[in-house]
Design a protein around this ligand. Sequence first.
Ligand code: PLP
Length: 453
Amino acid sequence: MPLTNVQARDVEALLHPYTPLHRLAETGPLVLDHGKGVCVYDTQGREYIEGMSGLWCAGLGFGDEELIEAAKEQLSRLPYYHLFGGKGMEPAIELAEKLKEIAPMPVSKVFYTSSGSEANDTQVKLAWYYNNARGKPQKKKIISRIKAYHGVTLMTASLTGLPANHRDFDLPLAGVLHTDCPQHYRFAEPGESEAEFVARITASLEALIAREGADTIAAFIAEPVMGAGGVIVPPAGYYERVQEILAANDILFIDDEVINGFGRTGNWWGCQTMGFTPDTLSCAKQLTAAYAPLGAVLIPDAVYDAFVEQSRKIGTFGHGFTYGGHPLGCAIGVKAIDIYQKRDIVGRVRALAPQFAARLARLDDHPLVGNTRAKGLVGGVELVADKATRRAFDPGKGVGAACARACEAHGLILRALGDTIAICPPMIIAAEELDALFDRLERALDDTEALVV
Ligand code: PLP
C-alpha cells in the first residue's frame, strides 16, 4: 500500500525508537490521532484497542476528564518550577507525601526524575554516593539479570540484559554484572523442577557474589515481574532467596517498579505480589498514568542520612534534573493516585485477573504458542517453531512482529518483544473489552500461523 501523506512526512522527519529502520519506509508508521477509554484512533479514523496501555503506562486509558482538568489547573497556576536550591511547590510535596504513604517499605525522601531510565540511573549514582559516604569506596558493582530492562541511558542500558541494547553501542559499561534470568520455561535444565531451578540460579547468584567479592558489589536491581524481556514471572521462592542473599552480603535491593507499580500486578507494587521488600524503589509510567512524563526514586532513611553527611562535606547534593518534579507531572501524579484509590483500581485488576488468565491460558492450545504467563493484568504469549521441543523461531523471520502487525489489522495494538507478544491493557478495561481484545488476538494468531506454515 502506498504511504499516506502523513506517513510519508513521518518517515521523512522522524527517527523512531525501537523500530526496524530498514523496513519503515515500506511498512509505513501507524500514525495515531486521538484516544478515548481503552481505544486509540489513527489518522484514517480506524479504532484500535490499546492492549499495551501505550508502553505499559496509560493505565487509566485515554481522555480521562479528571486527569485533564488537573493538568489544566496546574498549567494555569504554575506551569513550571523546579526543586533546585531548596525551592519547592505544592504538587511535588503532595505527591511525595502520597508516595511515602503507599510505599511498600519505609521511605525517608522522594527524588523526582522525568523518566524510568533517569530514575534507575539515579539509583546507581545514589548507591555509589552512599557507599563512598559510608567509607566503602570499593563497593560499586551492580548486579542485574539477563533479559532485564532498566532503561536506555549509558548505565541503565548497561543494566538492561538484552543484546540489541548493547551491540554496537559499546555497552555494557564496566562494573555491571548480569546474573541468570529467572524464567523456568526457557532456562531450566531438562527435567528440572521450578524449585530445583530456583535453587540452582540463586546458588549461581551467591557464587557470583563470592567470586567478585561482596565488598565490591553495591546493589542488585530487579523488576518484580520482568517486562520488556518478555513478561517473565519468576517462580515461587526465587525472590525470598535472593533477598536473603543480598541481606547477608550488605547489597542494596533496588526494586524497579516502572512497569509493575500502581496496581498492575494486583497489588500497589509488584514486590508485594512477588513477595519481597526492597531497600529502594524506582517508579514512573503509571505514576502519572502517562498523562505527563515523571519518574521517582524512593529513598530509605539510612541512605538519605548518608547524603546529608556528604552534603556537609561537599557543600551540596550535586544531582538533579531540570524537569525532575515538574509541577504538571506532579499534579497529574497526585490526581492519578487519587483515582487509583477512589476507583479501587487494585480491586479492579484483581477482579479482572481470573478472566485475563483464563483467556490467556486458552491460547496454550494454539499451534504457534509455546508458553503463556500472566500476573494481574500483564501477560505474555511466547510463539515457538516447535511446541514439544520449545524451539524458537529464527529471529530473522520476525514472527512476533508479523503477529503484532496482524493484531493491528484486526484493530488491536500489542507489542512484540522478539517472539513474545506482550499484553498490558489499561486497568480500566471492561470485561467485554477484555474479551474483544483476546478475540482479536486469536484471529491474529491464526493469520500469523497461515503466514509461517
Ligand atoms: N524500567 C523498566 C522496568 C521499564 O520497563 C522501562 C521502560 O519500559 C524503564 C525502566 C525505562 O523507562 P523510560 O522509558 O521512562 O526511561
